[in-house]
Design a binder for this molecule. Structure first.
Ligand code: HEC
Length: 112
């Protein structure tokens, strides 16, 4: 009886560990680590166009630098677009585009 309880406890721990692992793996949608490609894209010549084409249909406030800055300054832009790569929703940016965005983020998202 006692050993049976012990085994059940072990099985429960095992299942919990398994579920945690599955959850962690499935949340990691894309594990391509994005790094800056060495370019210096500007907001006006590069980022604005990309955001207009990929984000503004849902996030109309991102059409201006100040609107977009609400998510760049609080870290959510980098989190969703470059780390989780869960934005743009229902779409995706190419690795090349992500690398350029990473440069802009690394440069402190200048309004240039
Ligand atoms: C098809 C619609 C759609 C598109 C296109 C889209 N988003 Fe989103 N976005 C959402 C929705 C809905 C949410 C909130 C729920 C969620 O996170 O899924 C969201 C949430 C976010 C958040 C988190 C905001 C917060 O305060 O937590 C950020 C940052 C973001 N999006 C950035 C972007 C960027 C940058 C793009 C373009 C590269 C983009 N999104 C494209 C629909 C979209």
């Amino acid at each position: 009886m006692f050993t049976q309880i012990l085994t059940m406890k072990k099985a429960t721990y095992f299942l919990a560990a398994l579920l945690t692992t599955i959850t962690v793996i499935s949340c990691k949608k894309n594990d391509t680590k994005i790094t800056c490609d060495g370019s210096n894209p500007t907001y006006t010549s590069y980022v604005k166009n990309l955001v207009d084409n990929n984000c503004v249909s849902c996030h109309s406030n991102f059409a201006t630098y100040s609107g977009l800055s609400t998510v760049t300054t609080n870290g959510k832009f980098e989190q969703k677009v470059l780390i989780e790569q869960s934005m743009p929703k229902n779409g995706s940016l190419s690795t090349e585009e992500l690398k350029k965005l990473q440069c802009w983020v690394d440069n402190g998202f200048p309004e240039n």
